[in-house]
Ligand binder design. Structure first.
Ligand code: ADP
Length: 197
């Protein structure tokens, strides 16, 4: 059985994380943020080390260990009854993050909608990241060169994921709106999907 899935998509600082956390509190929706799963690893974990190595350069962690981490998390959440694949919709934030990951997950995910959050105000995005750097102690948000590199990685590697899923299921959301209005736009669309939430 494939997981019924909604993807949150957007550049670093576009507000996916904020929306994902709220959506994950709604019964019938299960939120997974790939960056959080990496940050929850212990520093002594070899994958935790690999994550620091790549994320501190603004680069993506290699695909195989990333997909393995995702599977372990989803299967763990299913076993401990936090996620019920038969009824819940998976809200994915930060995965798949390149075309190859989308290809690897082709037989696992039934992607019903992709929400592309776009923030045209670059200053606002960088400000959000720098505020988060302090609040969440994220080194990759603190340094402007790393932020620039992450934005470039997004343009070059992540954006092609949109072509993989095609324009019919991609919904554009202006994330310069307030978080409440961004949420409202996303919820309106999710309510229209035939997913019984
Ligand atoms: P943001 O979207 O703000 O850049 P995330 O928390 O989603 O932040 O990701 C932080 C870092 O974690 C990324 O820069 C990357 O190094 C790594 N990462 C997260 N998800 C993936 C993924 N699916 N594939 C590869 N690397 C990932």
């Amino acid at each position: 059985m494939k997981y019924r899935t909604v993807l949150l998509f957007g550049a670093p600082g576009s507000g996916k994380g904020t929306q994902g956390k709220i959506l994950g509190t709604i019964p019938g929706l299960f939120h997974f943020a790939c960056g959080d799963a990496f940050r929850n690893l212990r520093i002594t974990d070899p994958l935790g080390k690999l994550f620091i190595e790549y994320s501190s350069k603004g680069a993506l962690v290699p695909d195989e260990p990333t997909i393995d981490l995702w599977r372990r998390n989803i299967e763990g959440s299913t076993l401990n009854h936090n996620f019920d694949p038969a009824h819940d919709v998976l809200i994915l934030d930060g995965i798949p993050r390149n075309a190859r990951q989308a290809e690897i997950l082709r037989d696992t995910l039934d992607v019903r909608a992709v929400f592309r959050l776009t923030c045209t105000d670059m200053t606002k995005m960088v400000e959000r990241l720098q505020r988060r750097a302090l609040r969440e102690n994220r080194l990759d948000d603190a340094n402007l060169d790393i932020i620039r590199q992450r934005l470039e990685t997004y343009e070059l590697e992540t954006k092609p994921v949109l072509d993989f899923y095609g324009p019919k299921i991609v919904h554009h959301v202006d994330s310069t709106q307030t978080p409440l209005n961004v949420l409202r736009s996303i919820l309106d669309k999710i309510a229209q999907l035939d997913v019984n939430v």
